[in-house]
Design a protein around this ligand. Structure first.
Ligand code: F6P
Length: 490
């Protein structure tokens, strides 16, 4: 049987003392175990550049190949390598997180483009393609994850690989107007068309991706989710990532009273509690949420000492200027709001920068009254799904969810808000606080139904089953002509 090979920028190595926290890691490990498989990626280490690791200016994609370390766990082999300082600076901090990330999150104001960084991004993609070539049998299926690897399939094809190669984008897809700000956009979208299957989080992202292919490349749309470009057919389809609701429900119940040292929930027994959990990233709308909370406290002084916002704000990508700046702003804003409203026995915002273990987090979700998500653009936002799954079915909390989070496409029974509209968020918070049990139950049950209908295993199985299907261009000769004719008639 063909094996599965997963490539992701970060790799979750097995740790016997700490079971894999995220549902995604577990779902992928399950798939890898089923057929036997390999998980490939960066090990998180950065090594100094030396002569043979730095790219030769005159030869693009210099063939430097790092040493891959191997860890075997049951039927899964983990192969990981370090990045050189230059690769980390230019591929990870540079093109991936200073160009593609802001582009995909529609932050044109933060988008920077540097040709050398693009070149290093290509070199890293080529490096992983060479490693794939070295380990893959012709019938192995390859699943590439996220925006770090738009171009891997192109290099695999150049190396003569005919394997089924799928790509799943965990973050949003940029609209055409933003792609047009990236000088190498056309090249990247061409690279994407070397995959057999491109998976997106939402219908909206799917349509943006299709539009980029048909407009930037003049690729031909054959059906709703099929595009043909230079003799190759690529499926572009939406697979909204899910969670494992039954397992989260269990974990949340078990750990509900685990660790009260993250937040002193016992002391807040008589207060309404709001939970916010975010990486400190400008896509999350953390400052917009704080502003709305301050506006709420202005407008409803009767809630002073009766409501607390609990915020877990985890710093990340701190080698990038925009993230350093935001980290400072988040902490300053918390300080400012607390200075304005705090009383001797009440702190309106209790914020920690600590990384909280997943099971503790699920327990916290169960104990809090409201979860508030205000992303300005977000691939899915699994906090939304996990918060709902962690609730007590007899007394569930309320989810306030940004309309710009991918999750909003499927979670319409949440209180949907526009995070750029402060008053809209203030009103939603008031509605959440006042919501009677009957309404909370009804919304919760419908949301749970959605989470159960398409869970993380369905997501994985659907993607892999579509990837294994065979779309030959010959099969579409007829429809292609039909589409052309229809177009000419218009
Ligand atoms: O949401 C996209 C993503 O790359 C996730 O896969 C990852 O968990 C998160 O962002 C954190 O990113 P980084 O690996 O850059 O810290």
């Amino acid at each position: 049987m063909s094996k599965l090979i997963v490539l992701s920028n970060r790799v979750s190595l097995p740790n016997p003392d700490k079971p894999a926290a995220g549902g995604l890691a577990v779902a992928l490990q399950d798939a890898l175990t089923e057929t036997g498989g390999i998980w490939l990626g960066w090990n998180g280490d950065i090594i100094p550049d030396s002569r043979d690791t730095s790219a030769d200016e005159n030869t693009s994609h210099a063939a430097y190949q790092p040493q891959f370390g191997q860890v075997v766990d049951g039927k899964i082999e983990y192969l990981t390598c370090p990045l050189t300082q230059n690769q980390y600076d230019q591929y990870y901090c540079g093109f991936a997180n200073n160009t593609l990330w802001p582009a995909m999150h529609e932050r044109q104001d933060l988008l920077e483009y540097n040709p050398a960084e693009f070149e290093t991004y290509q070199q890293v993609n080529a490096l992983f393609a060479r490693q794939l070539k070295a380990i893959a049998q012709p019938d192995d299926v390859i699943w590439v994850h996220d925006y770090h690897f738009f171009s891997v399939a192109r290099y695999c094809r150049e190396l003569g690989m005919d394997n089924k190669i799928g790509f799943f984008l965990h973050i949003p897809f940029a609209p055409l107007s933003i792609w047009q700000c990236i000088p190498t956009a056309e090249r990247l979208i061409q690279d994407l068309c070397h995959y057999d299957l491109v998976g997106l989080q939402t219908d909206y992202d799917q349509s943006l991706c299709m539009q980029a292919c048909t407009t930037l490349l003049k690729a031909q749309k054959i059906q709703h989710s099929l595009v043909s470009y230079q003799q190759r057919i690529t499926t572009i389809k939406c697979y909204p990532i899910g969670i494992n609701p039954a397992q989260i429900q269990q974990v949340a119940k078990k750990h509900a009273n685990d660790r009260q040292d993250v937040f002193d929930l016992k002391a807040l027994k008589h207060q309404k509690t709001i939970i916010g959990v975010d990486r400190i990233d400008y896509s999350k709308g953390i400052l917009e949420r704080f502003d709305a909370f301050a506006a709420f406290l202005e407008q409803y002084p009767q809630y002073h000492r009766r409501i607390t916002e609990l915020q877990i704000a985890c710093p990340c990508r701190m080698d990038i200027l925009a993230y350093q700046r935001l980290f400072r702003q988040v902490n300053q804003t918390v300080e400012k709001i607390n200075d304005t409203f705090a009383q001797h026995d009440w702190l309106p915002i209790d914020c920690t920068n600590e990384v909280v273990p997943h099971e503790t987090l699920m327990g916290l979700y169960r104990l809090t009254d409201i979860c508030w998500i205000s992303s300005l653009r977000d691939g899915m936002n699994l906090v939304a799904k996990e918060y709902i799954a962690a609730q007590d079915p007899e007394n569930p909390g309320v989810l306030i969810l940004s309309k710009y989070a991918g999750a909003a496409e499927q979670m319409q029974q949440a209180l949907i808000v526009d995070p750029t509209d402060t008053q809209d968020m203030v009103n939603a918070l008031k509605t959440a606080i006042d919501m009677p049990l009957e309404e909370r139950l009804s919304r919760y049950q419908q949301l749970m139904q959605g989470l159960t209908t398409f869970d993380i295993n369905d997501w994985r199985n659907q993607f892999l089953s579509d990837l294994r299907k065979n779309h030959q261009l010959e099969n579409f000769k007829q429809p292609i002509r039909a589409v052309n004719t229809a177009y000419q008639l218009l």
